[in-house]
Design a protein around this ligand. Structure first.
Ligand code: ATP
Length: 320
């Protein structure tokens, strides 16, 4: 039985990969999309998962579907568009190694997901429904996402949210904020970066910012990931910071998604709703998620960098 369902973008990241003998830039086609990365992390821990989204009926769309299937993710609800091509993103690395993205999505198949494409039964039989904000930037995908969220709420499925703000994809910052906050109202578990916390709350302080998220939007658990410094967490009754693991970083792509996958795995293992977690359980979740996130930075790429359960267990021992 499927335990986690994720909805969102599935696209090709064209990542710089050296130069041809003519001196022209080469790109590698990497499967991309945060919700799918989260599912791969969970799949590596033997959790049954399913993906809801849309790709083009083109070579990239079929490549992406095969990639999910190779990672044992159910693709029954990954749909193909005959009208619109698979979304593409070109990754640019600046001299300091920072990444920026240029999206080819005018439109792209991921935003063509429709309300009637959402399978209520699939969501109903899941324990967790996970989503992000890339499916909120345009219609019809935004309405489809809210439909899925309504189904999750109706059937008491826990909802996990990682907004993953990508400013260039939005018409305006005001709309981005409105829509992301609208999504937040549904979330039981939310994972933010520090920048996203400031963007959404206008508050620089972790304690205050997360309190705003919790009191105004009703999220049971808020995680703010802090790169090498680990994570700040807040539940209704506890808050605190857990430090990260020391690793040799190769590529941080997918670290946030790995963190979410790790956190959701632990939530499933604890087998209780996130609104009744004790402090020790929260720390257990965050420590595990920090280990998964840290390991994801030690390998290149998104999907290929998701660690195995054995790697995570070994890493956790280094903290004992
Ligand atoms: P992404 O770029 O994938 O969207 P993010 O901003 O969502 O990342 P980060 O805070 O960069 O998330 O990383 C997520 C988690 O991964 C962190 O909370 C931490 O546990 C782990 N992590 C990230 N970078 C490092 C690092 N350099 N060393 C150790 N752990 C790291």
């Amino acid at each position: 039985v499927n335990r986690v369902t994720a909805l969102g973008e599935l696209l090709i990241d064209f990542t710089p990969s050296g130069y041809s003998d003519k001196g022209h830039g080469l790109f590698e086609t990497n499967p991309g999309g945060a919700p799918a990365n989260v599912l791969v992390a969970l799949s590596n821990f033997d959790i049954q998962t399913s993906f809801i989204g849309k790709v083009g009926n083109d070579q990239f769309g079929h490549f992406l579907k095969n990639g999910l299937e190779q990672n044992k993710i159910d693709t029954t609800n990954l749909l193909f568009s005959d009208q619109v091509n698979t979304t593409l993103a070109f990754v640019h690395l600046d001299p300091t190694g920072d990444r920026s993205f240029h999206f080819y999505r005018n439109p792209g198949a991921d935003i063509m997901l429709m309300e009637e494409d959402i399978n209520e039964e699939l969501i109903q039989q899941s324990e967790i429904f996970h989503f992000g904000s890339l499916s909120l930037t345009h219609e019809p995908a935004a309405t489809a996402t809210f439909k899925a969220l309504e189904y999750a709420k109706k059937h008491n499925v826990m909802i996990s949210y990682d907004p993953n703000l990508r400013i260039p994809l939005w018409d305006s910052l005001d709309r981005a904020k409105d829509m992301i906050l609208k999504g937040l109202k549904y979330a039981d578990i939310v994972k933010l970066s520090k920048e996203e916390l400031v963007f959404l709350t206008g508050n620089e302080e972790l304690e205050k910012g997360t309190e705003i998220i919790q009191s105004q939007y009703g999220c049971s658990v808020v995680f703010v990931t802090l790169g090498p410094e680990g994570c700040f967490y807040r539940s209704k009754s506890h808050s605190g910071k857990t430090s990260g693991f020391h690793v040799e970083v190769v590529d941080t792509t997918g670290a946030g998604d790995a963190f979410v996958g790790g956190a959701l795995y632990k939530v499933l293992e604890l087998n209780k709703h996130v609104n009744v977690l004790h402090r020790t359980e929260l720390i257990e979740i965050v420590t595990f998620a920090n280990a998964v996130g840290a390991l994801a930075t030690t390998k290149k790429g998104g999907i290929p960098s998701m660690p195995s359960k054995e790697e995570v267990e070994k890493m956790l021992l280094t903290k004992c």
